[in-house]
Design a protein around this ligand. Structure first.
Ligand code: SAM
Length: 188
């Protein structure tokens, strides 16, 4: 979307842009329709490598179509983000999760609290110093609320000497509005 808004996902993009300028290893943990993968590809170096995960073949096909121009630097992975370490063996500079289900797809195929938390922990463990992870959460649906609660509990307790965790939410909306978390590794 070319329109500038203050939605959680647009805020995520805006805040990742600067880090992307020097990022070499980039992870899109939930490729979906490919909009985030495309954003990551458009705003990163020619030499960057983007690992884009999804468990749905149709999602990756859609992503492949829209990132066609950038196919040299985008690796599409039909696997769960929980297996991230099987594919990404270097430190991660920028990563993002856009949780929930595929818009226009099967709402039953949604990210799950337990595997999301496991994948988030793995990615946080692999963040490069100054690396940044953005997670957009959707507490407005049942599994999303569970996922949100578990994530917040974990993120709240990350040691501040090593990480800064920021949160972006809609103050005048209901609990159902998406909430963005940003985790920056500030020290080794
Ligand atoms: N980033 C996408 C975009 O720009 O269109 C939107 C992502 S959509 C909200 C969430 C996606 O996560 C769905 O396509 C779903 O198939 C995927 N997903 C669910 N569980 C997953 C898992 N364990 N590993 C990787 N992807 C998963």
């Amino acid at each position: 979307c070319l329109m500038q808004t203050i939605s959680a996902i647009d805020a995520a993009h805006e805040l990742l842009k600067k880090k992307l300028q020097n990022a070499l290893t980039i992870v899109d943990a939930t490729a979906g329709n490919g909009n985030d993968t495309l954003f990551l590809a458009q705003n990163s170096l020619e030499s960057a490598h983007i690992y884009a995960f999804d468990i749905q073949k149709s999602a990756l096909e859609r992503t492949a179509e829209i990132v066609e121009l950038y196919r040299n630097k985008v690796q599409l992975i039909l696997d769960s983000h929980v297996n991230v370490e099987k594919y990404v063996v270097t430190r991660i500079d920028v990563a993002m999760f856009n949780l929930g289900y595929l818009p226009g797809g099967d709402h039953a195929i949604t990210t799950q609290a337990e595997s999301t938390l496991e994948a988030v922990m793995k990615i946080i463990d692999c963040l490069a110093t100054n690396g940044l992870l953005a997670i957009t959460t959707y507490p407005g649906h049942e599994e999303g609320l569970l996922e949100y609660n578990q994530l917040v509990e974990y993120l709240r307790n990350l040691p501040m000497q090593e990480f800064t965790v920021a949160c972006y939410s809609m103050l005048n909306h209901t609990i159902k509005a998406p909430v963005l978390y940003l985790i920056e590794k500030v020290r080794r």
